[in-house]
Design a protein around this ligand. Structure first.
Ligand code: DGL
Length: 272
């Protein structure tokens, strides 16, 4: 038995989609979630800068909270930092890209798939590489991927605007290449995007299946906990702590709306 919490972070509210899935799948695990809302968005920043933030937060989660594993609940940070976070902290680190790609492959029927994400994630080529690597281990050639950046989506979510006219107009413009590629499945390759699912689906039509990495990431966490023997007492009721580098009231208000009643309060942290 290992009562240490799972540590998780994102640039802001997006990772709460992953937190929800982990809390539902692993109700006896404690969780510390940090939303770096003072420094969001990550998607328009350089890889070096995002990688630095990710290292700093992972260190904080381990040194201040004794996290037993870290979930990088952000595609941009996973793309920028997953490779080296294992050298920064001495606990296992789980990202969202590989789980997302697994979900995408499992869902497609036609083999024509898309991924949307921040400029940082898409331009890093991380999804293209992850699909190629997975295809190399399998029998088939792997799906054909349309990878499209959606700058501006994250800002709408952080403002709590999920389905207004403005975001709809933006979605129509940004998703045009996805519609043209005639994909049957679209991976929401940014943890903020599930909150825009209705708008995205309205634009692309009901024939395009939307998948997110949240559930698959939660399964990966469960697998890793079982494998390394660090599960908490199954009779324990998970305690969830939320932290933000930004405005606490705002984080509590919008966070509760997005995650649910478990987000009763948040604490302010300052990262040096
Ligand atoms: N949720 C982050 C991601 O998955 C958003 C990045 C941002 O802050 O731009 O990429």
């Amino acid at each position: 038995m290992d009562a240490r919490p799972i540590g998780m972070f994102d640039s802001g509210f997006g990772g709460l989609t992953v937190a929800r899935a982990v809390m539902d799948l692993l109700p006896s695990e404690d969780l510390v979630y940090l939303g770096d809302t003072a420094r969001y968005p990550y998607g328009s920043r350089s890889i070096e800068q995002v990688s630095g933030y990710a290292s700093q937060i992972a260190e904080h989660l381990v040194s201040s909270h004794d996290a037993k594993l870290i979930v990088v609940a952000c595609n941009t940070a996973s793309a920028a930092a997953l490779d080296h976070l294992g050298e920064v902290v001495d606990v296992p680190v789980v990202g969202v890209i590989e789980p997302g790609v697994r979900a995408l492959r499992a869902a497609t029927l036609t083999g024509r798939v898309g991924v949307i994400g921040t400029v940082g994630t898409i331009s890093s080529g991380a999804y293209q590489r992850a699909l190629e690597e997975l295809a190399a281990t399998g029998q088939d050639a792997g799906p054909e991927l349309a990878a499209v950046a959606c700058p501006g989506f994250v800002e709408f979510v952080e403002r709590g605007e999920f389905d207004g006219v403005e975001v709809h107009v933006l979605a129509q413009r940004l998703l045009a290449p996805v519609a043209e590629a005639k994909v049957d499945t679209l991976l929401l390759g940014c943890t903020h995007y599930p909150y825009l699912a209705r708008t995205i689906s309205d634009v692309l039509g009901a024939d395009v299946m939307l998948v997110s990495s949240a559930d698959e990431t939660a399964f990966e966490v469960r697998r890793l906990i079982a494998q390394t023997g660090v599960g908490n007492d199954p009779d324990h009721t998970g305690v969830h702590r939320f932290e933000t580098t930004g405005d606490v009231n705002r984080f509590e208000q919008l966070g509760r709306e997005l995650l649910g009643p478990e987000l009763r309060e948040a604490a302010q942290v300052e990262l040096a």
